[in-house]
Design a protein around this ligand. Structure first.
Ligand SMILES: Cc1ncc(COP(=O)(O)O)c(C=O)c1O
Length: 416
């Protein structure tokens, strides 16, 4: 008989750690990384598409030219020359920040953690899309706000739902600390906010003095190379912008950034210094030289091509293999497809069968703070090859088909 082991340190932990458990994704990784399993679960960038000779050249140049500085501590705000390059990256999408407004962080993930730390006390309200990025939920959960999800459709977050939530909160004497949104190729829903809705959401934010945290890792990964105006460009003082090099260069560099108005920026620098003194100076130098000397837009184009081909493979396989009653988003960029199951099926319960059938995905519940999402799953097409994607989707379709038949046998024509 297996013994249930209690954590002997339970009484020692801070209140904020209550309910903190490993994410469903982490628990999955050990099984999903077995070679026989096709993982449609992780959101890993396909770094093999990088020009490694170019990365090696840049890294050598950094060490030969700037070794003593690159291997030294850096300033809390981040390397000034890199901030200038990051502003150039933002400009491709119409962003217009000043290098002084940027704080360099350990990826977008640390940016989210610092923002949550800056604004959230226990019980505060944060608004977010439903579903939303699982890493944002874990960053937020440490500071214990109440996350209220807002619905989306194929044009992204629904402004009327935001308006209703703001009115409801005001009527109850409460206000949201901020709206967290991923407007481009959302993780996990795979949809982008339409231009009209960008304006509507910014108008609402300005009218209600609502801060917006705009998280944009996938904006430059549109399959057709289209770009969409950042919310931050529409209302720079109302929007805190989070960027990252993880999807357009390398997640291993761990370089992200926040662009915020000066009072917020100054507080974020204090928090960044308290967290880790400064961003790795070495990777900042490498990133700076990458953008200064390499054809970086061509590299992004190469990434886009890889992901477009993989997304096409997934959408074709879903259309061919999946049984009626299932629906899915049709991404125009990014890494993810959001798939909805017919009534009576639960993506969490189905996972064990899927893993037995050698395919992994992330159950929809991971992307909600309120336990909804069990009718959905996230499928990622960023890492596996098109052949692996086709095999994985076929295996998953078989698992889903068997489960539909089981539900039908049990419930007949009644609603499950
Ligand atoms: C929406 C979103 N935000 C932030 C991140 C954090 O990425 P990183 O810390 O590598 O920049 C990710 C990573 O997958 C993401 O999908």
């Amino acid at each position: 008989m297996s013994e249930i082991k209690l954590d002997p340190y339970l009484q020692a932990y801070a209140h904020r750690m209550r309910g903190a458990t490993a994410s469903e994704i982490r628990a999955l990784f050990s099984v999903a990384s077995r070679p026989e399993v096709v993982s449609l679960a992780g959101g890993m960038a396909y770094t093999a598409a990088l020009d490694f000779d170019a990365v090696a050249e840049v890294t050598q140049e950094v060490l030969r030219r700037d070794g003593p500085t690159a291997l030294q501590y850096g300033g809390g705000q981040g390397m000034p020359e890199l901030r200038e390059r990051l502003v150039e990256v933002m400009a491709v999408e119409g962003g217009a920040a000043h290098p002084d407004d940027l704080v360099v962080t350990t990826g977008g993930q640390q940016a989210l953690d610092l923002i949550a730390k800056l604004f959230c006390d226990p019980g505060d309200v944060v608004l977010a899309e439903g579903p939303t990025y699982v890493g944002a939920l874990s960053a937020l959960s440490t500071y214990q706000p109440q996350v209220i999800h807002l619905p989306m459709d194929e044009e992204g977050l629904i402004p009327e739902a935001l308006a209703q939530a703001l009115e409801y909160l005001a009527a109850n004497g409460r206000r949201a600390k901020f709206l967290y949104t991923v407007p481009n190729h959302q993780n996990p829903a795979g949809v982008s906010l339409s231009p009209k809705r960008r304006e509507q959401i910014v108008d609402l934010a300005l009218t209600h003095n609502l801060l917006v945290v705009e998280d944009n890792p996938y904006g430059l990964l549109d399959f057709k190379g289209e770009v969409r105006t950042p919310l931050a460009a529409l209302a720079p003082e109302q929007v805190i912008y989070v960027g990252t090099l993880s999807k357009i260069l390398s997640p291993g560099l761990r370089v992200g950034w926040i662009a915020a108005s000066p009072p917020i920026r100054d507080k974020l620098i204090l928090l960044k210094e308290a967290a880790d003194l400064s961003q790795s100076n070495l990777t900042q130098h490498i990133a700076e030289r990458w953008f200064a000397t390499q054809p970086w837009l061509e590299q992004i184009e190469a990434f886009r091509e890889v992901y477009r081909e993989r997304c096409d493979a997934m959408l074709e396989a879903l259309a061919t293999d999946f049984p009626p009653g299932c629906t899915w988003s049709v991404p125009t960029g990014g890494f993810f497809v959001w798939l909805r199951l017919p009534p009576g099926l639960n993506s969490g319960e189905l996972l064990a069968q899927a893993l037995n059938a050698r395919v992994a995905y992330v159950p929809g519940r991971a992307f909600y703070a309120d336990d909804s999402g069990s009718d959905a799953m996230r499928l990622s097409f960023c890492y596996p090859t098109p052949e692996q994607i086709r095999a994985g989707v076929a295996r998953l379709a078989e698992v889903v088909r068997e489960e539909i038949e089981l539900v039908r046998a049990v419930y007949g024509d009644r609603e499950p």
